[in-house]
Design a protein around this ligand. Structure first.
Ligand SMILES: [Zn+2]
Length: 484
């Protein structure tokens, strides 16, 4: 056998996760065929396998949204500059990364149009037309779309110039109602991340300097990646009346007077796919949570001689039939790849369960079932297969969550000064629980010296400690980390 063929027999080689996490990440995205680079700098192509993953995520999230009364709509891609400029903090925050349309064909436009970096401006403008009286409130709309933010340094899924997301925008009659909606959507993200993506998160508030441009309060769900860096995985913003005043969304209230409404927005993007990869992956590649995996069970048929193929084919049909239509199952019949290659390939692509079926399995009416997360093998009788697969998919989902939570806890450290923080960040990496006096200067000093930022001020009190910069005693503890 030629050397090259022998290499092929063991599948694609990917960088070591332990030795070079960044290279490993790229190899997994490309090798698992989730996404690819495009000729447009900084923009990526999401391949069918990656898009199917996104579709499953969408389905779960959309169902959760609608259960809270959200309706979907669609607003235009292009936003007139004058609209974007209406809320001062908002435009200041986004201008450095806005892409502009200046020409229509050969005609120069009278007013530049922004390719939406987010849709507050256009949606608030429309709401100002639609909201007349208290009877029109609340307005609770979401759109599934893409946005463009001109990024200089990009990474597949984590930071691309164009990305897919959903953005929900609501207006309410009272400040209390808007705040309640902001928190409700944060909890939708928390539940989605934890229950469907098996990613444990810390929920709470952002500091003023980390808030979304124009927000009175930004809430976040922060997750810890496998290299000890944090990923903001869903944010919800309470705008108070900042946007509604700028966009003149006022209404006739119940007492016959006019009041300004209160608004919120909340979003979760394809960045979260980067989170799935970095939280659950291992040296062999991706591990997908069963609930969102495009292929939950991959069947690798094994045959040596042509005459065995017929027997195996008939048997695999029976295996597929036994699994029914509730499980997403695929049989890999590719002829030019060996079973060993396919094992590796589907481990790289993260299918939660693998079934191996050959002539001997056909004869004994059983299969070999292999878990992707533990790589544990077990023989299962065909008669028991369906129940066993259902149970194992649920077990893998749970154990991915448990494993990620254990990792998060083991990588959450305590520190009382900057030297300790630096030692932790350089050596063990992870979340650091330390105090914060509330001053922007101390926050900036930590960032400058350690490259770690305050990721979240948790809702659940994390105790008290001195501020690591100014030594003010007994301040609220917050989560610091280096982040994506
Ligand atoms: Zn301080």
């Amino acid at each position: 056998m030629a050397k090259q063929e022998k290499t092929r027999d063991y599948g694609q080689k990917i960088a070591s996760r332990a030795e070079d996490f960044a290279a490993w990440y790229n190899d997994v995205v490309l090798g698992a065929q989730l996404a690819d680079y495009s000729p447009v700098r900084g923009a990526m192509v999401i391949r069918p396998y990656g898009f199917a993953l996104w579709e499953h995520m969408q389905r779960f999230l959309d169902t959760r949204f609608k259960a809270t009364g959200v309706e979907n709509a669609y607003f235009p891609l292009l936003i007139p500059e004058s609209l974007l400029a209406k809320e001062a903090d908002h435009v200041e925050g986004f201008v450095p990364e806005v892409a502009w349309v200046t020409h229509g064909g050969t005609e120069k436009l009278e007013e530049r149009l922004a390719v939406r970096p987010t849709s507050e401006a256009i949606m608030m403008h429309m709401y100002s037309q639609w909201v007349q009286s208290w009877r029109d409130l609340p307005m609770v709309l979401n759109q599934w779309n893409s946005v463009v933010r001109w990024e200089l340094r990009t990474r597949l899924f984590l930071r691309t110039s164009e990305f897919l997301w959903q953005e929900g925008h609501t207006v309410h009659a009272t400040a209390e109602e808007a705040t309640a909606r902001t928190l409700q959507m944060l909890d939708v993200y928390r539940a989605f991340l934890e229950e469907e993506l098996a990613i444990p998160v810390i929920v709470g508030r952002k500091t003023p300097s980390e808030r979304f441009p124009g927000a009175a309060e930004t809430y976040t769900a922060e997750a810890l990646m496998g290299d000890g860096r944090a990923l903001q995985s869903g944010t919800s913003h309470d705008f108070s009346d900042h946007f509604t005043k700028a966009f003149e969304i006022d209404f006739l209230d119940r007492d016959g007077g006019r009041s300004y409404a209160y608004s919120t927005s909340w979003g979760l993007s394809t960045r979260t796919i980067g989170g799935i990869i970095m939280v659950h992956g291992d040296e062999k590649g991706l591990i997908l949570p069963p609930k969102v995996a495009p292929v939950q069970v991959i069947i690798v048929p094994i045959w040596r001689k042509d005459e065995e193929q017929e027997t195996v084919r008939a048997y695999v049909d029976r295996v597929q039939a036994a699994l029914g239509s509730n499980v997403r199952v695929r049989a890999d019949w590719t002829e030019e790849k060996s079973p060993g290659w396919k094992f590796n390939e589907w481990e790289l692509r993260g299918a939660p369960l693998r079934i191996e079926a050959g002539p001997r399995d056909a004869a004994s009416e059983s299969v070999v079932l292999v878990r992707r997360d533990t790589r544990e093998k077990q023989p299962v009788a065909l008669a028991d297969l369906s129940g066993r697969v259902d149970a194992l998919l649920a077990e893998v989902q749970q154990s991915l969550y448990d494993r990620a939570l254990a990792y998060q806890r083991e990588h959450t450290f305590e520190a009382t000064d900057i030297e300790q923080m630096l030692a932790i960040l350089d050596d063990r990496r992870g979340f650091i629980l330390a105090g914060w006096c509330g001053s922007a200067e101390c926050e900036a000093t930590v960032k400058e010296r350690t490259r770690a930022t305050i990721r979240v001020i948790p809702f659940d009190s994390a105790g008290r400690a001195p501020c690591p910069v100014c030594d003010t005693p007994d301040t609220e503890r917050v989560y610091y980390a280096r982040a994506y």
